[in-house]
Design a protein around this ligand. Structure first.
Ligand code: COA
Length: 178
């Protein structure tokens, strides 16, 4: 998927400080050889497994299958702190380039420090620059933390709220060519 992304976007990285002043980097996932082992390590240590819509899978082989699919088919951002991957977000193209679907995980030891917000803000910018007009996601209604982050970055609820709900972010204009 990274081969479809303009080079100026691939090179982008953002240096951010968390709520305690500790620096972290957010950048695009650079492929299997360079980043996959570190991404896999984050999900191996992620708990509780299967907490969000059955993800990340508990069984090693299922988790590896899911993560390889995500890493190969999506646009992936990783957050790196203390030389570890501590957060990951991915976008999947829908409707032939018009809209995309979002997922995000931050390792439990690094939550509530601003990493999820930074990943979501940068992904919003990337989606705009890729020319997509909407980002969609499904979230469990009890997932107050995730919903708080999504609302902060501009997502709104769409349709009824049951066990799960749908949120959408409209990207103004067309960012292509920026
Ligand atoms: C959801 C998730 C990605 C957020 O990442 P994060 O790095 O913890 O997010 P941030 O630190 O940037 O922001 C968390 C915000 O939620 C707030 N928050 C924490 N607990 C909360 C709660 N129970 N209810 C509402 N808000 C809450 C924090 O105060 C913070 O808001 P603020 O910056 O305005 O003070 C992360 O918690 C995670 O990976 N959760 C498990 C997987 C998941 O649910 N993924 C989403 C699937 S749809």
């Amino acid at each position: 998927m990274i081969s479809n992304i303009p080079p100026h976007i691939v090179q982008r990285l953002r240096l951010v400080k968390d709520k305690y002043g500790t620096p972290f980097v957010v950048r695009l996932y650079q492929g299997e050889e360079r980043d996959y082992p570190f991404l896999e390590e984050m999900y191996r240590g992620f708990e509780p497994k299967e907490w969000s819509q059955g993800l990340p899978p508990r069984l090693d082989d299922k988790r590896d299958e899911w993560l390889r699919y995500v890493a190969n088919e999506g646009i992936n951002l990783i957050a790196i702190m203390e030389e570890k991957v501590v957060g990951h977000a991915a976008l999947f193209e829908m409707e032939h380039g018009k809209s995309c679907e979002y997922l995000i995980f931050v390792h439990q030891d690094y939550q509530d420090r601003g990493i999820g917000t930074a990943l979501t803000q940068l992904m919003r910018e990337l989606a705009h620059e890729m020319g997509w007009s909407q980002i969609w996601l499904t979230v469990e209604t009890r997932n107050f933390k995730a919903i708080h982050v999504y609302e902060k970055v501009g997502f709104c609820f769409v349709g009824p709220r049951d066990i799960e709900c749908v949120m959408m972010l409209t990207l103004k204009g067309n960012g292509k060519g920026i």
